[in-house]
Design a protein around this ligand. Structure first.
Ligand code: F0G
Length: 475
């Protein structure tokens, strides 16, 4: 008898993974305060603890049940699961049991996010940084930034809430430096527009033209506010306290759930060898770094990885509250100054209390934070993009941080480095242009170096003109 090896047929898969391929585990997820004993079910949109006002996280109270499956079996489950043709499992929900088990597959919104490339820096770029390293290109997500990971979980949760709670109106709202807004507007526009509306608050003149075009194109209401991101954030925080809106910033713990997928993917892409791994992450509002540490912790608790990696956080000197905290031991918000790593230009990161708690509990001797000059950031980006990459200014910031950490001996070149390029080069091409045309206002403290500058050349429309210009030799 001929055996049917269709990918839809669980019997085509090894017995030890067969029963787990289609995730049935729903966990017992609740909101939990990070500071007091408050917890409550996920039957509402909630962002801060009603008892003490601190940040919330989502905890799966039956997480330990997942330990019944050995770590190596989990690895096989994720690998074999990629062979299934189930839409909901194609993206970040490949890791559903760890990621956010409360969301049934039928409610998962998948727009192509996750599973971004891990690209080895070429020889020239490795030499520039001072060590071999990989770039994980989160600019390859649908709205061209890592925010799509968190938005896939948050908007899947909204979709689930609409179905199970019969909601007839949802107003999704966020403050943004440009990428959260692009992702929120994109993902919300996928839902039923008679129920779901989307509003974004942007600091006027402090998002790039490309980032501004994104929520406009997705049909969101775009509100421009004078000031910086922190000012917009305070407004949406107040709105979320007082009105029926669904906050889509990473203060919403549902966002963090999806962003953990970055850690799961890095581990999987490295064959789960994390003993010598350092992940280099640019920090703004500190949601991403929180999620990355939580994701690695999930895997460590389940024995999927044997060692927690080190984390190297990177900030611009123009917006460096976390770096100052790490060096002084004291946390204080800072006023921000103009930065080419504009998406991370945040003086009072909302998720800082989570970072502090994670560092204290599990990452103390594994967490460093370094700050870098604007000149280093832009040159990190330009250098990478001359070596086959498509990194954004925040990716340039990560590369600059790695380079400085290696040069100052904070990290050893023997380690395996994964650098997070959080969005796509094209979102920040205006800064490249300012460098090429020498038009940076003095506050940026950037002086163009001729080695990187490039400009189009105007020629007559003839082969002769091109050949003359290039100095081609006749055959
Ligand atoms: N890189 C990019 C491209 C970003 O858009 C952001 C944050 C960060 C890094 C920093 O990540 O905030 O999780 O520490 N952008 C937010 C936004 C604030 O509104 O788009 P974080």
């Amino acid at each position: 008898m001929e055996r049917h090896y269709s990918p839809f047929d669980p019997h085509a898969f090894p017995a030890h993974v067969r029963d787990y391929l289609i995730p049935e585990y729903a966990g017992d997820c609740v909101y939990e305060c990070i500071a007091c004993a408050y917890s409550c079910p996920l039957d509402r949109f909630l962002y801060t603890c009603p008892a003490c006002g601190s940040l919330l996280k989502i905890t799966d109270r039956s997480f330990d049940e997942l330990k019944k499956i050995p770590g190596p079996v989990w690895r096989d489950i994720f690998d074999y699961r990629t062979l299934l043709r189930i839409e909901a499992l194609q993206g970040i929900f490949l890791f559903k049991e760890l990621l956010f088990p409360a969301i049934p597959l039928q409610d998962v919104i998948y727009l192509g996010e996750g599973h971004t490339a891990l690209v080895r820096a070429n020889t020239q770029l490795a030499r520039y940084a001072g060590s071999e390293f990989f770039i994980k290109n989160d600019g390859f997500n649908p709205s061209a930034s890592f925010k799509d990971r968190g938005m896939a979980s948050a908007v899947s949760f909204i979709n689930y809430s609409i179905r199970t709670r019969g909601l007839s109106e949802v107003l999704g709202i966020c403050a943004s430096t440009g990428d959260t807004s692009a992702a929120a507007a994109l993902y919300l526009s996928y839902l039923d527009s008679s129920i779901v509306k989307s509003v974004v608050l942007l600091p006027k003149g402090k998002v790039t033209p490309q980032q501004l075009a994104q929520p406009l194109g997705s049909g969101a209401v775009v509100l421009e506010i004078p000031g910086v991101f922190d000012d917009c954030m305070r407004i949406v925080e107040q709105l979320a306290e007082t009105y029926h809106v669904c906050l889509l910033n990473s203060k919403n713990p549902v966002r963090i759930m999806g962003q953990k997928s970055y850690a799961y993917e890095v581990a999987r892409q490295l064959g789960y060898k994390t003993d010598d791994l350092t992940v280099v992450v640019p920090v703004g509002n500190a949601g991403n770094i929180t999620a990355i540490m939580e994701g690695f912790l999930d895997m460590h608790r389940l024995g999927i990885i044997e060692d927690l990696p080190h984390i190297l956080a990177v900030q611009s000197r123009h917006a460096n509250p976390v770096a100052l905290w790490r060096s002084s031991g004291e946390y204080a918000p800072v006023p921000v100054r103009p930065s080419v790593a504009q998406a991370a230009m945040i003086g009072d990161p909302v998720s800082f209390p989570k970072v502090r708690a994670l560092v204290a509990s599990d990452f103390d001797d594994r967490f460093a934070c370094i700050d870098v000059e604007e000149q280093e950031i832009i040159e990190g980006m330009l250098q990478a993009n001359r070596c086959g990459s498509v990194v954004c200014t925040q990716g340039g910031e990560s590369i600059a941080g790695l380079r400085r950490a290696l040069a100052s001996g904070i990290v050893s070149p023997e380690r395996t480095f994964v650098v997070d390029s959080t969005s796509h080069q094209l979102k920040f091409s205006n800064f490249q242009q300012m460098f090429f045309e020498n038009t940076f206002p003095p506050e940026y403290e950037i002086t163009p170096r001729s080695g990187f500058v490039n400009a189009p050349v105007q020629l007559a429309a003839s082969a002769g003109a091109v050949a003359d210009y290039l100095g081609l030799k006749k055959k």
